[in-house]
Design a protein around this ligand. Structure first.
Ligand SMILES: Nc1ncnc2c1ncn2[C@@H]1O[C@H](COP(=O)(O)OP(=O)(O)O)[C@@H](O)[C@H]1O
Ligand SMILES: [Mg+2]
Length: 353
């Protein structure tokens, strides 16, 4: 897959300055997205519904909504996706990159046996014969905790959780460098969800596949990822190593998301929904898109769009917030700011009630 070149291998996915404009919207739905998934790395992309997560992951395959204009670059193992020929794009989509979506049933033809679906991509690529494809399919099903008899069944004969394992096995058939998983467990019950997450974590160790895990669920993101990107209104609000970002968020939006996630330590579920709504893409507010919902917002925030800047102590941890120094592990910069270490548990304090 990766051509032998000097230096470190190319990232599985490298998105630079991705800007996506749709007809009828006043601001780009994706606005300057930078995102990297290293070889074998698991990266979570989190944010509320409508923040642009699915558009970002689909762009990685060159799948853009009708009428969309894209700027910036998307590279898969160094190969430019937007500049790729239709034949190369097909090859990328059936080999180098695989996708797993929320609803496994939507991925399968109900009238065809599961075995046809699992072996489809490698048969289409024409690189292996039927027998090798069938043997590989059985091997991968075992890998995802199913037995080969599933291959002869029809989709309606197996549960949603089993079907999502089938989809993951099928995704691995082409030995992909990158697996894009968009809310892959959202439609599953909690127990099955945990099994699929454990499975993905195990597979990454076995197959060294880069994984972009798209979710609105921060606990899932924390459980599975090496690094996290937090997206808001089509921009990356914050990114960093998962442990650092969740323990010391530097963007008020991340702190608010954490505060609105039900914590095991806090019986009674959801602490607080984030007040307000994400901005309507048909309007074009100036400045920080989160300002209208943020208690730290000042005139500067309403006027100037903040750029993502690194934490001086941790260069891999970036936040696009004019007031990120008032969050995280630092002492409060001013009276009323959130005290150090309390943002995860009481992040609601940074928001208007
Ligand atoms: N095909 C489309 N046509 C028009 N607008 C779209 C289309 N797909 C997504 N959008 C808009 O782009 C924004 C981001 O969508 P999406 O990436 O699906 O968000 P997420 O996956 O984070 O929930 C939303 O405001 C959504 O309404
Ligand atoms: Mg989505």
């Amino acid at each position: 897959m990766t051509p032998p070149t000097a230096g470190p291998p190319a990232p599985a996915l490298d998105v630079r300055g991705l800007r996506l404009t749709l007809p009828g919207t006043a601001r780009p739905v994706l606005d300057g997205v930078d995102l990297t998934v290293g070889p074998g790395e698991t990266v979570a992309l989190v944010g509320e519904s409508g923040s642009g997560k699915s558009l970002t992951s689909r762009s990685a395959l060159g799948l853009l909504p009708p009428g969309a204009t894209a700027e910036g670059t998307v590279r898969i193992e160094g190969e430019d996706v937007f500049g790729a020929s239709p034949a190369r794009l097909r090859a990328l989509r059936t080999g180098t990159v695989a996708m797993v979506f929320q609803d496994p049933r939507a991925a399968l033809n109900p009238l065809r046996r599961i075995g046809d679906f699992v072996t489809e991509s490698v048969r289409a690529a024409g690189t292996v014969d039927e027998k090798t494809a069938a043997a590989r399919a059985t091997e991968l099903l075992t890998e995802v905790g199913l037995d080969g008899s599933v291959l002869r069944k029809y989709p309606h004969q197996v549960s949603g959780g089993m079907l999502q394992r089938v989809v993951i096995a099928a995704a691995l058939m082409g030995d992909p460098a990158l697996l894009l998983a968009d809310e892959p467990t959202t439609a599953l019950d909690v127990t099955t969800q945990a099994e699929v997450i454990a499975l993905l974590a195990r597979l990454r160790a076995t197959f060294r596949t880069g994984l972009l895990f798209v979710t609105h669920d921060l606990d899932l993101a924390a459980a599975i990822s090496d690094r996290v990107y937090v997206m808001y209104a089509g921009r990356i609000a914050e990114t960093g190593p998962a442990d650092v970002l969740f323990a010391h968020p530097r963007h008020p939006y991340t702190a608010a998301l954490l505060a609105s996630t039900p914590r095991l330590t806090t019986p009674g579920g959801r602490l607080a929904a984030i007040p307000g709504q994400p901005p309507d893409p048909r309007t074009a507010p100036t400045g920080c898109a989160f300002a209208a919902r943020c208690a730290l917002a000042t005139d500067l925030c309403r006027e100037e769009t903040p750029q993502a800047l690194p934490d001086p102590d941790r260069p891999a941890h970036l936040a696009a917030c004019h007031h990120s120094d008032r969050l995280g592990a630092r002492p409060p910069a001013a009276p009323g700011a959130v005290p150090a270490g309390e943002t995860a548990g009481e992040g609601g304090a940074v928001l208007d009630a």
